[in-house]
Design a protein. Structure first.
Length: 358
């Protein structure tokens, strides 16, 4: 379990690419810089209802400079282009190079790590319970951007100072969010904790608890919707038994307003199952049930079926079908239709992709 947080966070950031990162600089004392990335091509009818192809790519650098045997300076920068993820579809900047993560900090060995910047929030320990598909987007915490426009879902936002450590089987993370000076954010904070119960031949149970709150600056700047605070909480668990991984999470989040508008509330329940059939084949399925009240009234009822074939340890073909039976919402301010992940909440879609990682 030693250093499990760093391993888990990096694995989540680059979708298993770190294990094969190329060392482009190395010193005898252990200081190094590594390059990693991925390229992918996807064919889907997700966005328009008709088949179209999309390229997405990511490129990142991981750095470590050793100060002494107890302290090291660490950093990471990861960029994406035309990424097929919810954030890019919402913002409409699919064809631009944007930063996913950019942070620097200190690794104090057994005393934990302190990082600052656009970090991978410790809340990813929780959101990863549902985020197992190559073809689906994270729904839990989707309203975070209403208060902090730099937030992507609930686990990636600018100006975050974070502490992470593990004590035996316990992983802990806490952070203070100061913003980047342009996001109209007053402050924020979050915390997450995870514990691994090793039950021997009965498997492993890994429950997680997560919380976040952000508050808008009193001077709302250019924001006219009056969003004041975002409050998020979730509980969930993963269960591992041989080649099978099961996940279950429940989360709720609320956006409150300073202009008298009713609070917008999301409630989200998700179940996931992953079966590693062999070294080459992986089957995944899951169900998502999300309701919004007094906001955009978005409803998600998504059932996902996905199969992945690994051509090599670093490249794979995957195919999925997402059965949707939800309801699109309506933006209270603009009257525009609110969908999810760049596609209607009411229309099913398929996804076929090739992904290469290095």
């Amino acid at each position: 379990m030693r250093k499990i947080i760093l391993k888990t966070v990096l694995a989540s950031i680059i979708a298993s690419g770190t294990a094969h990162a190329a060392v482009i600089y190395k010193e005898e004392n252990g200081s190094n810089v590594e390059l990693y990335g991925r390229f992918g091509f996807n064919v889907s009818d997700k966005k328009t209802g008709s088949t179209q192809g999309d390229f997405d790519g990511r490129l990142g650098f991981i750095g470590r400079q050793v100060v002494n045997d107890q302290v090291a300076i660490i950093g990471l920068a990861q960029y994406q282009v035309n990424a097929a993820e919810y954030a890019n579809n919402v913002e409409g900047n699919n064809d631009s190079l944007t930063a996913r993560y950019v942070w620097a900090g200190f690794d104090f060995a057994q005393y934990g790590k302190i990082t600052g910047g656009r970090v991978s929030s410790g809340l990813i320990m929780f959101t990863d319970i549902g985020d197992v598909f190559a073809s689906s987007d994270v729904a839990t915490g989707r309203q975070a951007r209403f208060v902090d426009p730099t937030a992507v879902q609930v686990f990636r936002q600018d100006g975050t100072i974070q502490y992470q450590n593990n004590i035996g089987n316990l992983d802990v993370s806490t952070a203070y969010i100061i913003g980047n000076g342009t996001s109209d954010l007053d402050y924020g904070y979050n915390a997450a904790t995870r514990y691994t119960f090793d039950m021997g031949t009965a498997g492993k149970l890994v429950p997680v608890i997560a919380f976040q709150k952000t508050r808008a600056a009193q001077n709302l700047g250019n924001r006219t919707n009056g969003a004041d605070t975002f409050t998020y909480g979730g509980v969930g668990t993963r269960y591992y038994l041989g080649p099978v991984m099961l996940g279950l999470l429940y989360s709720s989040d609320t956006v409150s307003y300073s202009n008298g508008r009713a609070d917008s509330k999301d409630k989200d329940l998700e179940f996931t199952a992953v079966y590693n059939v062999s070294n080459d084949w992986v089957l995944r399925t899951g169900y998502r049930y999300l309701d919004n009240t007094d906001g955009d009234e978005l409803t998600l009822r998504d059932t996902t079926f996905e199969v992945q074939y690994k051509l090599t340890p670093r490249s794979s073909i995957y195919s999925a079908y997402i059965l949707r039976n939800g309801k699109n919402g309506t933006n209270v301010d603009t009257g525009r239709q609110v969908s999810f992940g760049g596609s209607s909440a009411e229309d099913s879609f398929y996804h076929l992709g090739l992904r290469y990682e290095f």
